[in-house]
Design a protein around this ligand. Structure first.
Ligand code: 13P
Ligand code: SF4
Length: 346
């Protein structure tokens, strides 16, 4: 049962002392978050990993987050992912090989222009390295607009990947929503060279399968059932959903919004269901609702991190065995680091 497992996790942590730090993304289950030294969004957790003195960073999150932690921690530290199955499907929608091929076509479509690639944090290290090589950078959901501005100071056009919704929402923030083109690598008709030539922003056709399921009807229904409700959503939601919401932001912004809410306020949350559940537990004085009931919005990648696996990696470390180490290849690591450093600069 859970009590026995909790006792085992605590005993292992006691034995390992300061050599281990456990990080938990906001979308992790309660049983993981309760054992985490830090809980936060993907950007905050990377910074915690970098600041950690620990030999082992155990990452309750998905592969791209563990990779980012490995990139910014020093070589003496190991990053451990309790389940190697925890891979964000959106990150998998822009594989470096596929992007390489697309890059040749996109640059050929606009031969006189300087194109700057920007990848969302939700991508693998080899794509981050590719962006650095081509003069681009990484961004998160909290600094995408700044990253775009950085790119437009240095080039004519942005290729943004993998999340078309974050790209479109950012284009709106910058007032250039009428100058976007979509690039669908899976559809032979989804790549229009003429459109690419004209657009300021080329959007790779990737998306988050959790956030894409929110619809403007969900917002309308909440407003109908709870006329005093405020709505906060993640920028991976579709444009129409963001437009219908009151506040948009990263999981850290969503968390802060509820922390700042007055007792008795009603807030509907448009993001992965575990964060909504945590906010309900952490802020019982605020009326926190999931934006679409409990019918959907569970991230299958995040859910792979089962508390039994956390127990396993900890107990193995006690025995001197490092399991599930996520290590980015040295040359890729160096370049990906450049793309992340450029982000920190903006
Ligand atoms: P945050 O960077 O806002 O934590 O989001 C990560 C993520 O996976 C959103 O789906
Ligand atoms: Fe990836 Fe979406 Fe899951 Fe975030 S919620 S890890 S973007 S699939």
């Amino acid at each position: 049962g859970e009590d026995e497992r909790t006792a085992r996790i605590e005993a292992a942590r006691e034995a390992l002392g300061d050599s281990v730090v456990v990080l938990g993304h906001n979308y992790q289950r309660r049983e993981i978050v309760e054992h985490a030294d830090f809980v936060g969004d993907s950007y905050q957790l990377s910074k915690e990993a970098a600041n950690a003195d620990a030999d082992y960073v155990i990452f309750g999150g998905v592969t791209f987050m563990a990779e980012s932690a490995d990139i910014i921690t020093d070589d003496s530290q190991s990053v451990i992912l309790p389940s190697m199955e925890a891979s964000c499907p959106m990150a998998g929608m822009a594989e470096a090989l596929q992007v390489d091929a697309a890059w040749a076509e996109i640059t050929a479509a606009a031969p006189d222009e300087e194109i700057i690639p920007i990848t969302y944090m939700n991508s693998y290290a080899d794509l981050k390295a590719f962006c650095a090589e081509q003069g681009g950078l990484v961004c998160t959901s909290s600094n995408a607009a700044d990253a775009f501005e950085w790119a437009f100071e240095r080039g004519d056009k942005v290729l943004f990947l993998p999340d078309k919704h974050l790209g479109e929402n950012t284009a709106h923030e910058l007032g250039i929503e009428d100058s976007t083109a979509e690039w669908d690598p899976w559809d032979p008709d989804g790549k229009d060279a003429e459109e690419v030539a004209e657009a300021d922003i080329v959007l790779w056709d990737g998306y988050c399968q959790v956030h894409e399921r929110f619809s403007p009807e969900h917002v309308a229904q909440i407003r109908d059932e709870h006329p005093d409700a405020n709505v906060v959503v993640h920028p991976e939601c579709r444009r129409e959903v963001v437009e219908a919401a009151d506040v948009v932001g990263s999981t850290a912004t969503i968390t802060q919004t509820i922390e700042d809410a007055d007792p008795g306020e009603t807030w509907a949350i448009g993001t992965e269901i575990h964060l909504t559940n945590h906010l309900q537990r952490w802020h019982p004085d605020v009326d926190v609702l999931p934006l679409c009931g409990d019918a959907c919005m569970d991230c299958n990648a995040m859910r792979q991190i089962d508390p039994n696996y956390l127990t396993w990696v900890l107990e193995e470390l006690v025995e001197g065995r490092e399991r599930n180490v996520v290590a980015v290849a040295p040359d890729e690591k160096e370049l990906a680091r450049v793309a992340l450093d450029r982000m920190l600069e903006v």
